[in-house]
Design a protein around this ligand. Structure first.
Ligand code: FAD
Length: 508
């Protein structure tokens, strides 16, 4: 029997996930398939999600977006990583930079040699001094990496901080130019086929019926199709990720745009600070079992470094994952598939992954359960490894100043994460369970930053002459410092290369 190609895709939801799904599908399918996107102005979008990982550049590159145009239209700034303040213990300050810590020495990871040197030379500076991204961020510098052999000019990566609403609108224009039809209406009913339980159509409040072969559920936390109609089930991870609330507020920008996101731990959660060209995004992610919404709002507003431009907006969520993101002829992408709180800005990256998995295993109208199983397997790995990475930030705290942090220090964690932490603590090795997720340098940044100093290092590192290792780190450190010194200031680079049009009423 020959396969019948998908001839109509219905995307439910016009938030970041909906338009991020529509754009590459429209590009890839080149009008061979009708694509309809339905969004409801009554419901609206979540409207947050401003910091990204470097993978966003692969996604944008896949679409062939003009980098400078995208930055200007989304009021974007560059993101070299995240600065963590008061995580681990009050007064702690460290950086998770994008990129690595320099070349391997005798085929051994540089951190193993640094661990050895640290024992020989206790005054050895922090390992983050060998992360180009971190040194750039600490000095407020930015310029894109240059091509050529590995050097301090290209051993770093970057993502963007942008206005999520403008990004969705940008992709909407892209997708609609490539034939996607947009319908603004409220979906009131989902019709299933009686023979196989596949989704046949969605019904709109105005009486229209929109049928399709493949449905992509980007309806946000409510999971209108995947949960509402298909009852996929949800794994609740709030025992390990207790934050369940957020308050978000924009404030006036400050003159210097930091090329990084800041996360400051507070007594029942943490504050984010994301500088954009036209304003600064701020939020407080917290657990309402350990503080009140009023107190959380006070902590947020007290921490602003500019005039609040709005009232704080309240959001609630349950961290976890849909048990299956692909069921029958429905694939959930975005918040409908799950949510891991925004501490490492992973949601948009997970959206990119899920779209990639769908395109790589694109079905025909049968929607073979094997394709769905493979998608669900890959989705489970990505979500669970991301969960573990985020749980690590909380579990490794030494803070005892609040009930929230005492809970985090004592909570039970997944065996997979326990193994990663204990392996590093014992030997300095990093177990990478998901090759598509956070890499070794990211794990090292967080583990060292949170105060886990391995008891031992790789015994093969001892075979290298100690003076050679000393001079390697000295030379590399000098090269990084010199290269970064010559780089332009991040704010100046934006002004010269990719300045967005000013937004009236949003002056400093
Ligand atoms: C506090 C917080 C901070 C975050 N920060 C980050 C971050 O820094 N970085 C990051 O990567 N991610 C972040 N995220 C996640 C990010 O916001 C989301 O992943 C992203 O916005 C995608 O949302 P979505 O499109 O899945 O859902 P939504 O934005 O909720 O969109 C849902 C869409 O479905 C439509 N819809 C729903 N029901 C119906 C219906 N019945 N009929 C018709 N249409 C319907 C709505 O109209 C809307 O268009 C954050 C999330 C939260 C909660």
């Amino acid at each position: 029997m020959s396969a019948r190609p998908i001839s109509k895709i219905v995307i439910v939801g016009g938030g970041t996930a909906g338009w991020m799904a529509a754009a590459p599908l429209a590009m890839k399918l080149e009008k061979r398939c009708e694509i309809v996107l339905i969004e409801s102005p009554e419901i609206g979008t979540i409207g947050v999600g401003e910091a990204t990982l470097p993978t966003i550049r692969l996604y944008n590159g896949f679409l062939g977006l003009d980098g400078a145009d995208f930055i200007k239209k989304t009021q974007a700034t560059f993101k070299l990583g995240i600065e963590f303040k008061d995580w681990g213990h009050i007064g702690n300050r460290f950086f998770h930079g994008f990129g690595d810590f320099g070349p391997r020495i005798e085929n051994r990871s540089p951190h193993m040699h640094w661990l050895r040197l640290k024992k020989a030379d206790p005054g050895m500076p922090s390992y983050e001094n060998w992360s180009v991204a971190t040194v750039m961020a600490r000095n407020g510098k930015f310029v894109p990496p240059v091509g050529g052999p590995p050097s301090a000019s290209n051993a770093f990566s970057y993502g963007f901080q942008f206005d999520a609403g403008l990004y969705a609108a940008y992709l909407r224009d892209y997708a609609m130019k490539r034939g996607v039809t947009r319908i603004e209406a409220l979906i009131t009913e989902v019709e299933l086929r009686p023979d196989n339980g596949f989704i046949a159509a969605v019904k709109l409040g105005d009486g229209r019926r929109i049928d399709g072969d493949l449905f992509i559920d980007c309806s946000g936390f409510r999971g209108l199709l995947i949960e509402g109609a298909l009852k996929a089930g949800y794994d609740d991870w709030s025992a390990q990720l207790p934050c369940n609330s957020a308050l978000a507020v924009p404030c006036a920008k400050v003159p210097k745009l930091t090329p990084y996101t800041t996360s400051t731990a507070r007594s029942a959660g943490w504050l984010w600070r994301i500088p954009l060209q036209h304003r600064t995004g701020n939020g407080h992610v917290y657990c309402n079992g350990f503080t009140t919404d009023e107190e959380a709002a006070r902590v947020l507003l007290d921490g602003l470094d500019g005039r609040a431009l709005d009232e704080p907006r309240q959001l609630r969520f349950t961290t976890g994952r849909r048990r299956k993101s692909w069921v029958k002829n429905c694939v959930a992408i975005g918040l409908s598939a799950g949510f891991i709180e925004p501490l490492e800005s992973t949601s948009i990256s997970l959206i990119e992954n899920m779209i990639g998995f769908l395109i790589e295993g694109f079905p025909d109208t049968d929607c073979s359960p094997v394709l769905a199983d493979e998608f669900n397997r890959r989705a489970a790995t990505r979500y669970e490894s991301t969960r573990d990475f985020i749980v690590m930030h909380y579990k490794l705290t030494n803070r005892t100043d609040s009930e929230f942090w005492r809970y985090c220090a004592n909570m039970h964690i997944p065996d997979s994460l326990n193994h990663q932490i204990e392996l590093f603590r014992e030997s300095g090795q990093v177990a990478i369970i998901d090759k598509e997720g956070f890499n070794e340098p990211s794990h090292i940044s967080m583990l060292l930053g949170l105060g886990v100093i391995p008891k031992k290092h790789d015994p093969f590192a001892d075979h290298v002459d100690l003076d050679l290792v000393r001079s390697h780190f000295k030379r590399l450190g000098e090269a990084i410092a010199g290269t970064v010194r010559a780089m332009p200031d991040h704010t100046d680079y934006i002004a010269a290369a990719v300045a967005a049009d000013p937004v009236p009423g949003l002056a400093i």
